[in-house]
Design a binder for this molecule. Sequence first.
Ligand SMILES: Cc1cc2nc3c(=O)[nH]c(=O)nc-3n(C[C@H](O)[C@H](O)[C@H](O)COP(=O)(O)OP(=O)(O)OC[C@H]3O[C@@H](n4cnc5c(N)ncnc54)[C@H](O)[C@@H]3O)c2cc1C
Length: 245
Amino acid sequence: MIKVNLLQYTNEPEKLVAAAAKLCYSSVGVDEIMENLTDEKVDKFLNMLASLHHESPIEHVSFTFAVEGVSRSLTHQLVRHRIASYSQQSQRYVRLNSFQYITPPEIEKNIDAREAFIKAMEESQRAYDKIAGILKDGYIKDGIDVKTAEKKAIEDARYVFPNACETKIVLTMNARSLMNFFRHRCCQRAQWEIRALADEMLKEVKKSAPNLFKYAGPSCVSGPCNEGNMSCGKAQENRNKYLKG
Ligand SMILES: Cc1cc2nc3c(=O)[nH]c(=O)nc-3n(C[C@H](O)[C@H](O)[C@H](O)COP(=O)(O)OP(=O)(O)OC[C@H]3O[C@@H](n4cnc5c(N)ncnc54)[C@H](O)[C@@H]3O)c2cc1C
């Protein structure tokens, strides 16, 4: 089960974005701008930025998430988003004695597929334990201390683990990068797991910066669909879902 925790974000994100944007067009200094920024003016600036596609001011605010209960398939897709920072649980340092895995819903609901899947997971664990044991014994025989032998053994044994392997990751993205992430990953063309993650992340950021992320979601929410003939054709449905708050 995906767990998304918004750990921290820039203080008063919407006010900061509005101040950065206003500075671009103002003759006065930032202190005066901050003092005079009412909630109403902040909303007005955010709306103006959205309509102009003036995106650099939203780079000043960042959001840090802890994500658990996701597969390595998902994190492989996630880390393709380069404008971000990541820290992921290491399989080189953490021994997985009983590794957890993510079962895709379509496999879960098909008895035969599920049985084959579980068998493959169990086989992976057996192979990992066996290979780690063989390597570790060999290293110890060669005179390597137990701690180093263990680390060297598990970092190679982990190669047998599948994409389904559960993992944990902390990530930080600024709002501009998040908007791009939501455009790609809330889209029906994204895979179910990363789409579920993107939807959860969007729900979380909307709590702390509702106006900033008012038009966030797949590209069809704020403009035309970017997917050409791969389009799902559900722009209106998507708008209803993502614009409702
Ligand atoms: C439905 C779907 C299918 C996909 N299929 C594949 C696939 O089959 N194979 C595959 O390899 N990937 C695939 N991807 C990944 C995709 O190509 C992107 O790598 C990923 O979505 C990250 O997006 P990004 O580059 O916009 O994000 P970021 O890396 O966060 O970049 C943000 C933006 O910064 C700019 N930027 C960043 N780096 C550069 C650069 N080096 N040069 C110029 N501009 C830059 C671009 O404007 C970019 O949009 C898929 C993604 C989706 C959503």
